[in-house]
Every structure is written in C-alpha cells, then in structure tokens.
Design a protein around this ligand. Structure first.
Ligand code: HEC
Length: 299
C-alpha cells in the first residue's frame, strides 16, 4: 500500500465513530437452526412425549447438550410430519412439501465496550409452500434475557416463550395470541429482549420484547439491523448499544451469562413456521465451560 492511501485510511479510522468489527478476524460459531413444528415448552416438558424430562429437571441438562449433534435430523424429521418424540406422533400437522428441515448458520459476535454486534450468515434454502409474509422474504430475530432473568432460559433458550396456546400451535387461545413468558415482569428483568431484521423494502427493524405478550416497540438500544443477499447467501448484522435504553431493553454487562436464541423466517414464513436455534449463552470476554457458551470478544 502506498503512503498516501495509508494516510487516508488512518484519517478514516480516526474520523469514524462507528467502526464495524473486522469480521474476518472473528471465528464463527456454527449453529444449526431447525424446524421445531409444534414442540412447545409444554411438549418438551411432558415426559410422555419427551423422555429427556427427568434429565432436564433433575440434572439440569440443556437442550443443546443433547441436541447440538442431531438438530439437523430433528428438524428434517419434524418438517415432513414424521413421527417425533417418545410417542412417535407427528408434531407438524401441516407439513409443507419440500420445506427445509434445518439451516446451518454461522454466528459471529463482537463488542467494543459500548456496543455489541451480531452477524448471521446462511444460505437460503429452496423456497417451498406459500409466502405467508408478502413483504418480508426473510426475518432474522435474536432474543436474549437479562443474564439469567428468565426461568429455564439457561437450558431451553427461546422455548420459554413458546406455548401450546399461541396462534398456529396445538390449542390456540386465539388467532392473535403471541409468544409470552410465564410470570413475566419487566421491572425485574424477567423478559426477553427481541431484535429483528426484516428484509422487505421500507420495512423497519424491530426493537421490542417478549414479556406477558410479544411487543414490537419500546426498545431504544438497537442501532442497526441490516442484511444483504448475494446469490443464495444472506449476511445479517445487528449493532446494539450495550446499555439498555428503552422499554424492554436489557443492559449487557461484563460478568453475566446471557441466554439467547436465534430464529430465521425464510422464504416468506410467518408465525411458528420458522427455523430456530437451541438455547445458547453469551458473555462479554468470557468463555464458559459449555459448548453452547460464547465469548463476545472485544475488538
Ligand atoms: C438428556 C438429553 C435430552 C435433553 C436435555 C433434551 N432432549 Fe429433546 N430429545 C431427546 C431424545 C432422546 C429424544 C427422542 C424422543 C424421546 O426419547 O423422547 C428427543 C426428542 C426431541 C424432539 C422431537 C424430535 C425427535 O427426534 O423425536 C424435540 C423437538 C426435542 N427433543 C427438543 C428438545 C428441546 C427444545 C430441549 C430442551 C428443552 C430438549 N429436547 C432437551 C433427548 C434430549
């Protein structure tokens, strides 16, 4: 590089307050998003359906511990409406022919002392079925708690919000019922922060939360949720203040493990017809002992 180009770059770096992380230096964590069908919290905690319940309850086993290796197979089975669980009963009553059972996703994270960044990279599966969301081909969502503030989230990730009585689930209370947490409480942090990228033209990113209901506004900490598609490959990045600034915003601080999960609605999917991750955890500059614990390293 010649001296002039180098000097110009120096000025740029010094002058730009929001220097995005150098993603090429950040090792991706490979996560498998899979199609969950109607496997609600009630389903996964019903011993008759899921023989793992004693291990979950008595030994504190995480979903990730048992399913990191077979999440792809679990999704491929459920999406076809195949027999699942202990009872060998389908947990997808309306299978869509050709829909992908799982999506391999690369997750990268970083922080700079005042902001946290998440980056998701994946290849779009082949479209199948009707486009339910006519505006957004893709939505990518991250939910995280306040560092152990949601019961069970350290084991089950987003399943804490997923119930039989939601719309499109087994026993919907109404067509409007959205995800929620039992005994949610905004004041004490018992809620999920909810950030979402939406691919539709003119569609705005969402900074909301999930408490006694899923709310799509109130947050003020999300700065950007951007995505671009090259060929079949999507790259979506989130940039967020570490500080919790609005309603339903958790503050992210060092020394805590935050429970989180990732969901992608692909090919115009809506509601539960998405692909989800098992429960993961992140902490700033601290690697936990478990494989599903991610250190968000300072850049
Ligand atoms: C101790 C290991 C273990 C843990 C922990 C565990 N599972 Fe399972 N899971 C299994 C086994 C084994 C099956 C197969 C059916 C059975 O024997 O109940 C299964 C089945 C499933 C299925 C149905 C698909 C299939 O292959 O039959 C889903 C969905 C599922 N688990 C989700 C979860 C979620 C979500 C969690 C966390 C709340 C979780 N599991 C925790 C072992 C586990």
């Amino acid at each position: 590089m010649n001296k002039i180009a180098f000097a110009v770059m120096g000025v740029f770096a010094a002058g730009s307050a929001v220097a995005a992380p150098d993603w090429s230096k950040i090792d991706p964590v490979k996560i498998t998003l899979f199609y969950p069908g109607q496997s609600s919290l009630e389903w996964v905690m019903d011993k008759a359906e899921h023989s793992a319940v004693p291990d979950i309850v008595n030994k504190g086993r995480t979903c990730a511990k048992c399913h990191t290796g077979d999440a792809n197979e679990v999704g491929d089975k459920i999406v076809k409406g195949g027999p699942a669980g202990n009872k060998k009963a389908p947990i997808e009553p309306k299978p869509v022919a050709g829909k992908a059972g799982h999506i391999p996703v690369e997750l990268q994270t970083a922080h700079d002392g005042s902001k946290i960044y998440f980056r998701l990279t994946w290849n779009s599966p082949k479209p199948a079925g009707e486009k339910m969301d006519k505006k957004n081909d893709v939505k990518a969502t991250i939910m995280f708690d306040g560092g152990g503030t949601v019961d069970g989230a350290n084991q089950n990730g987003c399943w804490a919000t997923c119930h039989d009585d939601l719309r499109t689930m087994k026993t919907p209370k109404s067509d409007e019922k959205k995800k929620y947490i039992k005994d949610a409480d905004l004041a004490s942090g018992k809620f999920y922060d909810y950030i979402q990228f939406r691919s539709g033209k003119g569609e705005l990113m969402i900074d909301g939360y999930v408490a006694e209901d899923r709310v799509r506004e109130g947050g003020k900490s999300l700065i950007k949720a951007e995505g671009k598609k090259e060929g079949d490959k999507w790259v979506v990045t989130f940039e967020r203040d570490l500080a919790g600034k609005g309603k339903g915003d958790h503050t992210i601080a060092a020394g805590k493990m935050y429970n989180f999960g990732v969901a992608i609605h692909e090919n115009g999917a809506n509601y539960r017809y998405h692909h989800v991750s098992l429960g993961y955890q992140f902490a700033l500059d601290e690697k936990g002992k478990e494989k599903n614990q991610i250190s968000v390293v300072k850049q």
